[in-house]
Design a protein around this ligand. Structure first.
Ligand code: OAD
Length: 254
């Protein structure tokens, strides 16, 4: 099977599990947004191939030199995310939610594309890039309204702005973590789409699902740390074509 022609028996198996399940949850990562033009972090073409996350994506690095982190990482991220639209895979998950076939999406992405596609219950594990927060007065500013002429950009009060995203070294908001853990513990099926499952605690969600008896289905062109261990099976392929084919298979069975 190629990345754009997913294996029909596996699609049938996934569709049957989803239709039989009471609760389905999706865990998504950077891979789901690759077809929207946003590069992943790891692997071929990944962001961490060209820049060192500890030098640019750690909270200590931001505190040490916010101008450098804005110049090298955040400004480019803004330009890439500004141009991105949801793809087939984001739309498929939004469709599943509307059909009551999906309870919620737990995403590690900060691009807001699940909501743009129409998903309403999205747990943003690592925050959302659409907003910036002043590190001094805590006022929020829409990222779209931030003036990038002088870096780092500043709030009206003079404080430095930072994205409402989690840097390495920061804690996941406790309410997000709690809700994600509850959803993972109580789901019957977990779809794990486009994540290398290498960053914790997000990567522990499939383990929680698996330990509580859920069927864990991966959608990824590559094997991951979960494959053959925590996930029941992997539908090899790109998220867009696989999710489109999965929706078609579900519709044929409805
Ligand atoms: P990674 O970049 O680690 O992994 C992306 C995954 O997507 C890989 O397993 C790829 O094989 C897969 N992939 C690539 N193209 C794909 C496609 N078209 N369709 C489906 N899958 C595809 O991204 P994450 O697992 O999301 O955190 O990374 C987790 C966290 O690490 C991020 O949230 C970020 C990063 O450092 C922070 O910045 C805190």
């Amino acid at each position: 099977m190629t990345a754009d022609k997913p294996d029909p028996p596996l699609l049938e198996r996934a569709a049957a599990a989803i239709l039989k399940a009471g609760r389905v949850v999706a865990l998504t990562g950077a891979g789901i947004s690759v077809e929207s033009g946003i590069p992943p972090f790891r692997g071929k073409g990944g962001l961490w191939e060209t820049i060192d996350p500890m030098e640019y994506a750690h909270i200590d690095a931001f505190q040490r030199d916010p101008a450098k982190v804005w110049r090298v990482l955040i400004k480019d991220m803004k330009e890439v995310l500004d141009r991105a639209d949801p793809n087939e895979a984001h739309r498929a998950l939004a469709w599943m939610e509307k059909q009551n076939l999906l309870q919620a999406v737990i995403t590690q992405n900060v691009d807001g594309l699940h909501q743009c596609a129409g998903s309403t219950d999205v747990i943003e594990f690592h925050g959302n890039f659409a907003w910036q927060r002043c590190i001094k007065c805590k006022a929020r500013t829409a990222t779209a309204a931030v003036d990038l002429c002088r870096l780092p950009p500043r709030c009206r009060c003079g404080g430095i702005l930072r994205p409402e995203c989690i840097f390495f070294g920061e804690l996941i908001p406790p309410q997000c973590l709690r809700r994600a853990e509850q959803l993972s513990a109580h789901c019957d099926v977990m779809l794990v789409i486009g994540t290398s499952a290498s960053v914790y605690p997000a990567a522990s969600m499939p383990f929680i699902a698996n330990q509580n008896g859920a069927t864990v289905i991966e959608i990824n062109p590559e094997r991951t740390a979960l494959s053959g261990k925590v996930s029941d099976f992997l539908i090899a392929g790109h998220a867009g074509p696989v999710m489109k084919a999965l929706v078609k298979t579900i519709v044929e069975r409805l």
